[in-house]
Design a protein around this ligand. Structure first.
Ligand code: AMP
Length: 369
């Protein structure tokens, strides 16, 4: 139970209001050592409840410790995750007096400067924009008592390692560091070794396994029929909220247009779209204005979208790990979901790689329509 953790009453009340009945495995494993002030390295995926696993101990520490300046810093790979995590921090931090702000690129500086001037206790930031603020002297990190590196493997994949090192040189050595990563490549472990103090290593659940509540299948489709197959699939009654993945930004755009032409309300999200467009697409999808969201891997990684009933791989990902991440977008926090992949003759090697990583064969269905 959450009551077993040494969390303040206000936080326990906020947890209740958020509708969390009992801690998820990652929360049970990470919250106690984090509350003791230990550094921790956690292997956990999006969907595991990892955000609350670091926000709760951070909120507890920041709200009960000495006041003044930014005391909690969360670094994450994308703007969307930064926005989402700051919202989560506001929800869990209600009535604690702690202010949270998201600092990310692709938008103007002024609103972020205003927030910083007004006083912020917890900052959720993407590395590039945070460094800009540090360079301009508009943020001071010398009071940070807890640092979170969220989705560390993703930040590494995106080439943020030099930025992370530079940011860490602005932080007090006495801070607590919590590192969360879906996978633990050697570079991340080296980072942990270099910048953390005797961290507790926690691995929650088996990595690279989609939630058991997701039913998975592949449709064997001739490549010329892929788009038709997708259109027919998304028009099925049960497809309430569908996340479709494509290999490239261009293919995402094209597919979203094709869906819209066919009368399916669809939006798309990828790295070439402006911040405003990405937010509008995501918000529209969350609200149900769009029934289908077409996405590329980078844009969708780490996003917490509730109520996705179906994930469809229009293109199989080249990396098996991305398959697991995609499939994990449905069936969040115990709900059930379905993941379908459209597989053509050219995908044999990719499919084999995915099945090897999963440790089992995927159910195959012939596309006969
Ligand atoms: P995350 O892995 O942090 O992206 O969280 C996935 C989803 O699970 C989010 O929507 C959280 O609000 C939700 N969640 C987190 N902790 C719990 C919990 N203890 N019980 C139920 N849902 C939770």
């Amino acid at each position: 139970m959450f009551n077993d953790f040494r969390l303040g009453l206000v936080l326990l009340e906020n947890i209740k209001k958020a509708g969390y009945i009992k801690p998820t495995p990652v929360q049970s494993a990470a919250i106690p050592p984090a509350l003791e002030g230990r550094d921790i390295v956690v292997t956990a995926e999006t969907g595991s409840g990892k955000t609350a696993a670091f926000l709760l101990p951070m909120l507890e520490r920041v709200s009960t410790g000495p006041r003044g300046g930014v005391r909690g810093l969360i670094l994450c790979p994308t703007r969307e995750i930064a926005i989402q995590t700051a919202q989560h921090a506001r929800k869990l931090g209600r009535h604690t007096g702690m202010n949270s702000a998201a600092i990310y690129g692709g938008v103007g500086y002024e609103p972020q400067l205003q927030a910083l001037r007004a006083g912020v206790d917890i900052v959720v930031a993407t590395p590039g924009r945070l460094l800009d603020h540090l360079g301009r002297g508009t943020i001071d990190l010398k009071n940070v008592s807890t640092l979170v590196l969220d989705e560390a493997d993703r930040m590494f994949d995106m080439g943020f390692l030099p930025e992370l090192r530079r940011i860490m040189s602005h932080l007090p050595a006495s801070r607590q560091t919590l590192l969360f990563s879906a996978t633990m490549p050697p570079e991340i472990l080296a980072l942990a070794e270099r910048f953390m103090k005797d961290p507790v290593r926690l691995a929650v659940g088996r990595v690279a396994t989609p939630p058991e509540t997701v039913s998975q299948a592949v449709y064997m489709v001739p490549s010329a029929r892929k788009t038709t197959a997708l259109l027919e699939l998304v028009q099925r009654q049960t497809m309430e909220s569908v996340l479709v993945f494509t290999r490239t930004k261009h293919r995402a755009d094209r597919l979203a247009r094709r869906l819209s032409w066919s009368g399916v309300k669809a939006a798309c999200i990828h790295g070439d779209r402006s911040q405003r467009q990405r937010e509008a697409a995501l918000e529209g999808y969350r609200q149900g204005v769009f029934r289908v969201l077409v996405a590329t891997d980078i844009a969708a990684r780490g996003l917490d979208i509730q109520g996705v009933t179906h994930v469809i791989n229009y293109d199989l990902p080249a990396v098996p790990e991305d398959y697991v991440h995609r499939v994990g977008r449905t069936a969040r926090a115990g709900a059930t979901g379905q993941a379908l992949s459209l597989v053509t003759g050219d995908d044999a090697a990719a499919l084999q790689g995915i099945e090897r990583a999963l440790g089992h064969r995927l159910r195959r269905l012939e596309w006969n329509a």
